[in-house]
Design a protein around this ligand. Structure first.
Ligand SMILES: *Cc1c(COP(=O)(O)O)cnc(C)c1O
Length: 431
């Protein structure tokens, strides 16, 4: 299949986009190109590649043919013009911010984020001289007020961890647009099957491909997708893209590569110098997983809806945060933001608090107690005693990880088996 076939449906594209039979052997499945380097045709070819005058393979820290297929596959599914894969979701976040930020710059971010992202943004990026301003994205005036002259991006999750809250992507995109800065959406928990942030005005989409995109808990990976729609030359805020790049003889990425500027910069500067590269073996596992993305997401959502409803009706449970429940304040956003469903990640509160949650987690047989999500297997974690245990009870509450709450990532097993497992464990937990 060639690049100019965007009219195919999602189910077709998740199998075919970016891939073609191997030109050397006819191999139908994408080969794992386990090669560090690629032979230049001659010295002129090498020079053209190093000058970015010709696109091709030099060295696998920058580009690899197996990884390239995955990049094109994800870009196509998200409706972007290009994508850069990297070693993890956290790497993708740094790769997305790196061309935009400089010391003294900030990013306005949602308070509802994956726990590791909260740490990356509140602590680690300070070492680069960057900072993050945490804002409740349901308060649009607060988002507007937080943006200042040094803000270089707005960042949020379409379906946010841990509670499965749904972001009004269009409203936040309009605010970023008016400020002349890009909106970056972490689409990990929604996947492009449930939500396509670029259609709602996002500039960049980042993924932890570790989760649903791979789908089976085998490899870590990340990806940054560019919509190709942002005008990097419109202001002097983004010199990495709009100004001459000394390491490439003064080439200006935005001028030379147009809508692909961000993608080329991600490879030619980001991967070259930061080195957070996805390896071809990892790309292979993710390519295997992504072929069934829509099938898995349908089942994830179907199961999550059944189980959330069952939990909500159970008197051993105080509340369930799933946005797919009519009782959720986010229910009304589903039809616009993620019309095929609210995902499969949510929290619920167990009567009996901290001790009951611990007992529940220890009593489950099908659910695994792990710090992961988006696996075919159902997963559970008690955040207050694990990922969020360093926080005060007030901070845990604000993060949606109160001591009486567990987070589940509903898998694709038989829903009735999962319900029976929860039933027996709740009985032990609240005895
Ligand atoms: C897991 C996750 C990340 C981080 O991804 P890694 O692949 O673990 O580095 C970022 N955002 C969300 C929403 C995640 O679930």
């Amino acid at each position: 299949m060639s690049d100019d076939t965007p009219s195919y449906g999602f189910d077709t594209l998740q199998i075919h986009a970016g891939a073609r039979p191997d030109p050397a052997t006819g191999a139908r499945q994408t080969p794992i190109y386990q090669s560090t380097a690629y032979v230049f045709r001659d010295a002129d070819h090498a020079a053209a590649l190093f000058n970015l005058q010709e696109v091709g393979y030099i060295y696998s820290r920058l580009t690899n043919p197996t990884v390239a297929v995955l990049q094109e596959r994800i870009a196509t599914l998200e409706g972007g013009v290009g994508a850069v894969c990297c070693s993890s979701g956290h790497a993708a976040q740094i790769m997305a911010l790196f061309p935009l930020m400089q010391p003294g710059c900030n990013v306005v971010v949602s308070t509802r984020l994956y726990g590791g992202t909260v740490t990356q943004f509140s602590q680690t990026i300070k070492r680069f001289g960057w900072s993050a301003k945490f804002v409740d994205f349901d308060d649009l005036d607060a988002v507007k007020a937080a943006i200042d002259d040094d803000t270089r991006a707005v960042f949020g999750e379409a379906i946010a961890n841990p509670g499965g809250y749904i972001m009004d992507v269009r409203a936040i995109a309009d605010i970023a647009d008016a400020a002349g800065i890009p909106l970056i959406i972490d689409n990990t928990t929604a996947t492009p099957y449930l939500c396509r942030p670029i259609e709602h005005g996002a500039t960049l989409v980042v993924h932890s491909t570790t989760k649903y995109m791979t789908g089976n808990g085998t490899v870590t990976g990340g990806c940054v997708v560019d919509s190709g729609k942002f005008d990097w030359m419109a202001s002097d805020k983004f010199p990495s893209l709009s100004q001459p790049e000394p390491a490439y003889h003064g080439l200006k990425f935005a001028e030379t590569f147009g809508p692909l500027a961000f993608t080329f910069h991600g490879i030619a500067v980001g991967l070259r110098d930061l080195g957070m590269t996805m390896n071809p073996q990892g790309a292979h596992y993710t390519l295997m997983g992504i072929e069934t993305l829509s099938l898995r997401m349908e089942r994830h959502v179907e199961n999550a809806e059944k189980i959330a409803k069952w939990l909500e009706a159970d008197d051993r449970v105080d509340f369930v945060t799933y946005a797919g429940l009519e009782s959720s304040p986010y229910y009304s956003r589903i039809k616009d933001v993620c019309p095929k469903g609210a995902g499969a990640l949510f929290t619920f509160a167990v009567k009996g608090g901290y001790e009951a949650c611990i007992k529940l987690v220890d009593s489950l047989e099908i659910f695994s107690h792990v710090a992961n999500l988006g696996d075919t297997r159902s997963l559970i974690i008690h955040s207050a005693s694990t990922t969020h245990r360093q926080l005060t009870p007030e901070q845990q509450e604000a993060a949606g990880a109160a001591p009486n709450v567990v987070r589940v990532s509903i898998g694709t097993e038989d829903a009735d088996d999962l319900i029976a497992d929860l039933d027996q464990a709740l009985a032990k937990a609240t005895a």
